[in-house]
Design a protein around this ligand. Structure first.
Ligand SMILES: [Zn+2]
Length: 324
């Protein structure tokens, strides 16, 4: 696994932006793959609180993933291109593949992601600690989500992280968020966040499967990030945050913010919220990047767009100021 390197010239400059670029490239590399259409499986539909029910003739097959597809063009270059600071997007920055990002991309195990998704959606039995079960749903406050989070905690601990649990209490529901933090080796007080909600609506068995796309896909992708990031160092600290209560109005995320000081919130230099990356409804390979109108967010979206074009050229990024 590649690491942030120190040389006579100083710290590897790519490390400054590596975390977000790697996260962006890896996450979009999974777009449309996790719930890729499998003609041999029966039609199922997954509910989406944001967009209403989606009808998907889909369950993923392991063969849907082609690592070569991800790296086809990116791996042609061996250049150690320097990346510009993340808040100063340029037309050329990040267009030369960064070897460390390529190494991280190569470490992504899509079969592992699909296995996690099957476990999160009741397609496969899930064990965490001494407890095993089949998840029927991941409703906030329910036993299915509890088992899913226990599994995440176990996996994160096994990887060497020290996961933190933050219980929260809403007006009508209560649950917990889980987060891990990799301390940066250059600017540890500056943080980069990747956030995914683990809760979902819908139950199995029945015609509706429990939230495979929204947001089993984002949750397992972020867990996979934890795996491939485990042996890597970054300039800034990286925080992977798994929230609950999203479907009740982002209650868990709001609780997370509410208990942070102004200084702690200021330390967050970038954040990617990963939601519903598992299904490409019309098969157009378009990745939607919602960013709002806050200028740094616009620049971040442009950087992620560049990362997509550089590392996953088969996908077409579409920045969209919605969801601001
Ligand atoms: Zn969602």
């Amino acid at each position: 696994m590649a690491r942030l390197t120190r040389s006579r010239e100083g710290v590897h400059r790519g490390g400054e932006v590596l975390a977000l670029l790697a996260a962006g490239a890896i996450l979009v590399g999974l777009v449309g793959r996790l719930c890729h259409a499998a003609p041999t499986s029966g039609a199922q539909s997954w509910p989406s609180a944001e967009h209403g029910p989606l009808t998907e003739a889909a369950w993923p097959t392991a063969s849907a993933y082609q690592p070569a597809w991800l790296l086809a063009r990116a791996s042609q270059s061996t250049s150690t291109g320097r990346l510009a600071p993340i808040w100063r997007a340029s037309s050329t920055a990040a267009r030369v593949p960064e070897p460390t990002v390529l190494a991280l991309l190569a470490a992504v195990d899509f079969d592992r992601c699909q296995r996690d998704l099957r476990r999160l959606t009741g397609m496969e039995r899930l064990c965490a600690g001494s407890r095993c079960g089949t998840i029927g749903n991941r409703l906030t406050g329910g036993p299915g989500l509890e088992l899913a989070l226990d599994y995440f905690l176990e996996e994160l601990g096994r990887l060497g992280y020290e996961p933190q649990i933050e219980a929260w209490q809403g007006r009508q529901v209560a649950d917990r968020n889980v987060l891990v933090r990799k301390t940066g080796v250059v600017s540890p007080t500056e943080e980069v966040f990747v956030v995914a909600h683990v809760d979902g609506v819908g139950s199995c068995p029945g015609p509706v499967c429990p939230a495979a796309d929204d947001n089993g896909s984002g949750a397992v992708a972020t867990l996979e990030l934890a795996r491939v990031f485990a042996g890597t160092s970054f300039a800034r600290s990286v925080v992977l945050l798994f929230t609950t209560g999203e479907e009740q109005g982002m209650v868990g995320a709001q609780a997370f913010i509410a208990r942070r000081s102004r200084e702690e919130l200021r330390a967050i230099h970038g954040l990617i919220n990963v939601d519903m990356l598992g299904y490409d409804g019309n098969g157009d390979n378009v990745v939607e990047l919602y960013y709002g109108e806050h200028p740094p967010s616009v620049e971040l979206a442009q950087r992620i767009r560049q990362a997509i074009e550089t590392y996953v050229p088969a996908l077409r990024p579409r920045p969209d100021p919605g969801c601001g």
